[in-house]
Design a protein around this ligand. Sequence first.
Ligand SMILES: Nc1ncnc2c1ncn2[C@@H]1O[C@H](COP(=O)(O)OP(=O)(O)OP(=O)(O)O)[C@@H](O)[C@H]1O
Ligand SMILES: [Mg+2]
Length: 657
Amino acid sequence: MSIDNTEKDVILIVDDTLSNLQMLFDFLEDAGFKVLVAEDGESAIEMAQYAPPDLILLDVFMPKMDGFETCHRLKTNQTTQDIPVIFLTASSEKVDKVKGLKLGAVDYITKPLEHEEVLARVNIHLHLRNLTKRLIQQNQRLEVEISERKQAEQKIREQAALLDITTDAILVQNLDNQIQFWNLGAEHLYGWKIQEALGKNANELLYRQETLSQLANIQISLVEKSSWQGELHQITKEGKAIIVASRWTLMRDEDGQPKSILIVNTDITEKKLLEAQFLRVQRLESIGTLASGIAHDLNNALTPMLLCVQLLEKKLLDQQSQEWLSILKTNIKRGANLIKQVLSFARGVEGDRTTVQVNKIISEIEHITKQTFPKAIEIRTHATTQNLWAIYANATQLHQVLMNLCVNARDAMPYGGIIEISAKNFWIDTHYARMNIEAKMGPYVVITVSDTGVGIRREIIDQVFEPFFTTKEVGKGTGLGLSTVIGIVRSYGGFIKVYSEVEKGTKFKVYLPAMLTTEVDSFQREHHELPIVGHGEFILVVDDEDFICEMTKSLLENYGYNVLVAKDGTEAIALYEQHQEKIHVVIIDMMMPSMDGSTTVRVLKTINPEVKIIGVSGLVLTSKMVKIFGNSVKTFLPKPYTSDELLKKLQFVLSSK
Ligand SMILES: Nc1ncnc2c1ncn2[C@@H]1O[C@H](COP(=O)(O)OP(=O)(O)OP(=O)(O)O)[C@@H](O)[C@H]1O
Ligand SMILES: [Mg+2]
């Protein structure tokens, strides 16, 4: 039997009989082993510890320490316990073989020693020992591999969790546009579950037919630069149109061949809408300038026409001509009226202004609408403040404003519903004014007209104030109602806000500057005499707009709070983890790029289920949003808000359990 070791195997012989030792030594060395000898158990153990041999041949009967004791010691020592021990006994000696085997010996050889037998047994046990060694090594290697794999799996799991925590939609598609990876963000954004999305064609799932041509350009860029970045119009499972900021990266295999495409999409629909709202003011202004130019020229054309008609009326006295002239006159006047409306939008309105009590106007409107609107429409009015401030306006124009709003509300409820008209005092402070370009610091009266009608779709809400914008059938609406309203309101230095939810209803809030009177003065004093101060509580403010962060920080600090600010969800979470113990309330903008408010709220909740949160939103909070966040967010604050509103909300949340 050969041993496949290049190095010689080492055998230690332990025997007190020198002649035995000598004979075995010669024979084993001849057989190709390296041989060590020991004359007693004590020195054998020492040697074995110092340089462990591959095998020990151990005489049972020795003076001082016998073979059994030596074997026992070898087997209880960590360095030597794995060395195979073969006992040597004379056949005449009566030995308890079982005892030896129990102690850990692997074999017995009886003296006088047959060389062939010794060699055979030694080789077998060395072979076994080598096999065992190799097995142990393999085992150790396997254990290392398993632990490495476990670590890798853990890492993958962590990365997958990271991929799922971001609100960005992350997907991978192959070169045939088949979806191969779809994260939780993609599920949320598009509404398609992972099982539904995998294997589908991304172009069919996410795009309208019209936008597909844009994708061809992306392919070219991918080929040339391996990446692409830009905005894309997509659709969700429900068919909702969304806009995403999209980053495409071409992935290659080991040979550098294109393999798949990694796409990261951030939803920027809300942001785009907000931008559009911002642009609305400017657009209305330029439309106004344009319209007023045209209206002016048209007026100049209509005036002589009307004059001529009046002259002809005197000249052509036959009945037929008189009838035609009358039709002509009516239509010229209609045209002139339209022009007047356009001009009132463009330039604002003149007309005598006096002190007007809004409550009085509201009750007049209530009277007219109750008489003329269908019975299926219920009219409710209430002034929330008894001492409503007076405004400086023209009563007829204010009538027109409220009437136009009420008529629109009526038209939005063909099957009936409720119209509510209310008014209240409202103090706009610097805080609010800086968040809303149209508002100035000071007292306002807010008139609200709300209905339970069809609502206004988001796509058109920015257009409703434009002259001639109408969704009504030809002949039913001119689209001048709201543009007249805004013309009048702006001429008073006021502004309007619209909140609408499709199928739920619409709310127009008209903000009109109130007159500065002693009443208003005392209100302001009272208001500021009752600051709601904090007691050093820590507040975490999360908003992506720097100036809002700074403004809120200085406000809250002035009122005795300590403030930490974060510019996005990730920073907020990091700060919260670090200062969890001392942060009392988190004020968070629900609409931020990268990680939005709702995701941040979710993560904060996992860190601390009791966390107190105030959700701030620039958009109208829909009933759906409130439902989603209802449990986790203590209260909502619509932007823009006044310092007072913020401080009150904060007090409310701080005092709530
Ligand atoms: N309360 C409302 N509910 C739903 N949609 C509304 C409401 N108010 C206005 N709108 C929408 O805004 C559009 C413009 O309104 P606006 O009053 O300017 O014009 P109009 O009502 O269509 O016509 P006009 O008032 O000149 O007869 C309307 O066509 C409608 O689509
Ligand atoms: Mg109208």
